[in-house]
Design a protein. Sequence first.
Length: 214
Amino acid sequence: MASRHLSKLDQLLLSVDQALRAVVPHSNPSTRPLPVKSDQLPELSITESRHVAGLMRINHTGEVCAQGLYHGQAFSAKDEQVKTAMKHSAEEEVDHLVWCETRLKELGSHPSVFTPLWYGLSFGLGAAAGAISNEFSLGFVAETEAQVSEHLQDHITQLPHQDQRTRDILAQMDIEELHHREMALDNGGRALPPPVKYTMRLLANAMKSVAYHL
């Protein structure tokens, strides 16, 4: 149902529900199965398993941040079409969130303990971007997805050779992140100023450093 048909209270409750689903593990149903070629779990050493879990914790945190960004931008966007596009992108990326949670569970690990903080910070950044302009907001999405693709591709190269399962998941996520980037650009997103890109990269690197361990 379109947000204009909902009361202010309903919209608030919907926003709270979206936030809880983003930060509470295993609270979202996946619309698609894991994009893997085999259901057999790879045999990993303790060291390998811990490293893969750290990488997947970063990727899960990235998906939580994506939810926060999209929800924040939908909250403050001036154009209804942009609001709808942000909500649709957030819904599409729920599967990524579930895939990361599933792989973390298989590895006997868990998401970042700072998940609520990552979501809150990302929601604020998204809301600020959405309030500036539609072009800036969509450009912010495009740059975010480009940086996410970079670290997904880097993680794929770091995986143990026998962990095809994680490799399949990250490869499919990368394809879809780049698709979202192209959609943002096609809908009017503009390139961000270099200082903004640099700041985004600094914040992302700090997040990755913490999320890998915690």
